[in-house]
Design a protein. Structure first.
Length: 459
């Protein structure tokens, strides 16, 4: 099931002393990246056909447009009805639509499964509170320069996108609406306490952004101030806030709206750009994908968009708040337990995910009932291509399971990276919830174009 580039890489690295197999070990990583993730890098890159990635990138951009059009397509532009349908309560709706409720800019990370011929969408992290930008471009960029890897890359015409450069470009474009400075001041803002958990990752991103000529700060939202009509952090006037706090994190505080009031006011007044606005949370919710998959909703879509949903999105359904509201769905989920995975609608990073094939019938029913209460979707199981990885000490090969994170920005597709776990480490491929998870750089290679895949099999 592997591609010819992977097969050639494994053949050349079968000897554990081969220099190619140790190329990752011999790279000098940027200090902050080394501190944040250097101990959790997969020992080899992953490879995929450029044509397959191009098709997936096109589908992701098209699906973003479809997602952000859902209020108009299905609810006549009524955000109240849309929010009710995806489980967004009144307080959250007021917060995330406080800038007008307009469609957010194209920005986020689509998490995908790849079977060697086509990609399928697992979830779409719409918005700027996403990880991986610090690694997606850096790993393949530095590996491509390594003496041990460069001949292999040339032989297979390997390519990659510099994600951090493209993100820096998006931030410069955003800043251009409020400043003419060549080096705009951008502050990445976390929720209160967020730097305690994610600080090292954001410092790695800051290190890269400064290298692209951006005056880049890292802080928490409660530390911003208004001075002389401008938003500041540590006394520095800000041109852009890169939002790395979620609506849920803000609303976890009784006075959460006050924490972000200055940031929102500055954006309204045009003195500082909030990138991305909280409106992204309208579509970050996994229940939005379930709307696309539900035949009662998709019937309203044009034929081309129906084809996109059928081909790209696995069968996905929202669990209603009342288990008795759709007993047929509950029993279908019980019958198809080994083919379904449950995901909390508003969480991220793999938190709360339950794979039906990894649990018993009783525990699966308990998870379904908990999902009804908390807000969750069930999604059809997908079976990705195994990614064989050689142990650099012994040469022993074992299969890993990868999830591919495709980045998009206003200028379009902006690179890809992968997270992977050994195939015995469980279904959840999340860096925060699975300590066996590793980050992999990704290269594309030319390959004969494959025809579009068939629609996803539906339960």
């Amino acid at each position: 099931m592997t591609d010819k580039v992977t097969e050639d890489y494994l053949r050349r690295t079968r000897d554990p002393h081969a220099a190619l197999g140790h190329a990752m070990d011999r790279i000098t990583w940027p200090p902050a990246l080394a501190a944040a993730a250097g101990h959790r890098l997969l020992p080899r890159p992953l490879f995929l056909a450029a044509q397959h990635l191009d098709r997936a990138a096109h589908d992701v951009v098209q699906l973003f447009g479809l997602l952000t059009a859902l209020p108009d397509l299905l609810f006549d532009g009524d955000l109240n009805r849309y929010c009710a349908a995806v489980g967004i309560d009144a307080r959250k709706q007021r917060l995330i639509t406080s800038l007008g409720g307009t469609a957010p800019p194209l920005y986020g990370r689509a998490d995908l499964s790849y079977d060697g011929q086509r990609f399928q969408l697992l979830e779409f992290n719409v918005g700027s509170e996403i990880g991986g930008v610090d690694r997606a471009g850096t790993i393949p960029r530095l590996l491509a320069r390594a003496d041990a890897f460069r001949p292999f890359a040339a032989a297979h015409h390997l390519a990659h996108l510099d994600t951090d450069r493209l993100v820096a470009g998006a931030l410069r474009t955003a800043a251009a609406t409020v400043t003419a400075q060549a080096a705009p001041t951008v502050a990445l803002l976390e929720a209160p306490g967020g730097l305690g958990r994610f600080g090292p990752v954001w410092q790695a991103l800051a290190e890269l952004m400064r290298g692209h000529g951006i005056d880049f700060l890292v802080g928490e939202v409660q530390h911003t101030r208004r001075r002389h009509g401008r938003l500041t952090l540590d006394g520095r006037r800000l041109d852009v806030v890169l939002r790395c706090f979620s609506a849920e994190e803000i609303l976890a505080h009784p006075d959460g709206e006050d924490l972000v009031a200055d940031v929102l006011d500055a954006h309204r007044e045009g003195t500082c750009v909030l990138f991305t606005p909280l409106e992204s949370a309208l579509f970050h919710n996994k229940a939005a994908l379930a709307l696309l998959s539900d035949p009662r909703a998709r019937a309203a879509l044009p034929a081309a968009q129906q084809d996109l949903v059928d081909r790209f999105l696995p069968w996905t359904r929202t669990l209603p708040a009342d288990p008795g509201a759709d007993r047929a769905l509950l029993e279908q989920c019980m019958d198809l337990r080994e083919e379904l995975i449950l995901k909390p609608s508003a969480q991220y990073g793999g938190n709360g995910v339950v794979a039906g094939w990894e649990t018993t019938g009783d525990r699966w029913r308990q998870a379904l009932h908990a999902g009804h209460a908390a807000g969750a979707v069930v999604q059809q199981r997908v079976r990705p291509r195994p990614e064989p990885v050689a142990d650099t000490r012994t040469g022993e090969i074992r299969d890993w399971t990868a999830v591919w994170g495709l980045f998009v920005a206003p200028a379009g597709p902006s690179g890809i990276y992968a997270r992977a776990v050994p195939d015995t480490a469980g279904a959840v491929v999340g860096m925060g919830v699975n300590q066996q998870a590793r980050t992999a750089g990704v290269f594309t290679h030319p390959a004969p174009a494959a025809p579009p895949g068939p629609p996803c099999d539906r339960p």
